[in-house]
Design a protein around this ligand. Structure first.
Ligand code: NCD
Ligand code: ZN
Length: 349
């Protein structure tokens, strides 16, 4: 393979926050420039808790796709303590509805309506298992007694392991994994368990966020961990194991809500995500595995066709903009004002 240029099947983003309203004019083109499909998170205000609301949100996203662009939003339902089972039955009838998202109540941005105790949703999970609708997990406990850096590992022991036993056929994706424990759990689990890995958790560790000054634009949830965890994620992402796939968790917030005494969690990575994954895979001498991680594994797990169209990345340095317009506000992207080593050839597909 010529390593100044790589050609891969068009990738998909299996975990994405697009927000709503005027913000879509920024977020949708940034994702659509290289991703063919994306699983869109439902943590709007109010959350997307019905198939009807997901369908309307989907239409607003579709209207924001640039002319001639090809981008398929796959929607999710937000799991609450009281999501009716009938909604699951409606969900499986829609080919554009990909799964149900579990947030522990209060764990992250707009998760106030999330699940307060996992037992409350057992009947819904039962039906999802019967109908083979995947469960997408924000894998952290929201427990004041558990240190924020331990919340993912504790979730695996307290919630995920028991869920795997209770629902032996339920397909589950542990989203945006951040720890060695999560990588190990998924690689040892059976084939119905998978994980998404963000580019920021491959690039940064907690020292990058906290040493020499606090960098609010690197604050996200689950929070960046020690470097050993980043190393374990790099090993998992580049391993070729089909249970690990690309999910950016690109999560924009207006600049003043990030640069604040109580800043929001979320990093806006979509404008450069694929290019930065290429940087990581190159550093790991695994560029030949980028295509499977970005374009094959997720499609296979979700039982969708792999993309036929292709995309090219060239080794050509460019400078990420300092900020982007964002629904009447501004958003600061990952690597703002800094160099990025890989670039999409042309304008993408
Ligand atoms: C996400 C957001 O802002 O919606 N934030 C984040 O830090 N990742 C929510 C989430 O995925 O936890
Ligand atoms: Zn997310």
């Amino acid at each position: 393979m010529n390593h100044d240029k790589i050609s891969i099947a068009c990738p998909d983003d299996w975990h994405l926050h697009l927000r709503d309203g005027a913000a879509l004019a920024t977020t949708v083109p940034h994702s659509a420039r290289c991703f063919r499909r994306a699983i869109v998170m439902p943590n709007l205000k109010p959350p997307v808790t019905s198939v009807a609301a997901a369908g309307e949100y989907r239409q607003r996203i579709v209207r924001a796709i640039p002319p001639g662009g090809s981008f398929e939003p796959l929607m999710t339902l937000y799991l609450t303590d009281s999501l009716p089972i009938a909604e699951i039955e409606r969900a499986v009838r829609e080919p554009w509805l990909a799964g149900v998202k579990y947030y522990p109540a209060g764990a992250t941005t707009n998760s106030e309506s999330g699940v307060t105790a996992i037992e409350k949703v057992f009947p819904v999970l039962e039906r999802m298992q019967e109908l083979d609708l995947p469960l997408l997990l924000h894998g952290e406990v929201n427990d004041a007694e558990v240190d924020i850096f331990d919340r993912e590992a504790v979730f695996i022991d307290r919630i995920l392991q028991p869920l795997c036993e209770r629902f032996p056929r339920l397909r589950m994706v542990l989203e945006h994994i951040t720890t060695r424990q999560a990588a190990q759990f998924v690689s040892e689990a059976d084939a119905r368990i998978a994980a998404t890995i963000t580019v920021h958790h491959l690039l940064f560790h907690r020292g990058d966020m906290l040493a020499g000054g606090i960098r609010p634009h690197l604050y996200c949830l689950p929070i960046l961990k020690r470097d050993v965890h980043r190393e374990a994620l790099r090993t998992a992402a580049t391993s070729g194991n089909p249970r690990f796939f690309l999910g950016t968790d690109s999560a924009p917030h207006p600049v003043n809500e990030k640069e604040s005494a109580c800043g929001c969690a979320g990093i806006y990575t979509a404008p450069a995500a694929l290019e930065l994954y290429a940087e990581v895979f190159e550093e790991e001498q695994a560029l030949d595995r980028l295509e499977a991680f970005a374009a094959f594994h997720g499609a296979d797990f979700y039982g969708r066709e792999r993309n036929g169209a292709r995309i090219e990345l060239v080794r050509e340095s460019w400078t990420a903009p300092a900020r982007y317009e964002f629904g009447g506000d501004e958003v600061i992207p990952i690597r703002a004002g800094e160099n990025i080593r890989w670039k999409l050839a042309g304008n993408g597909p």
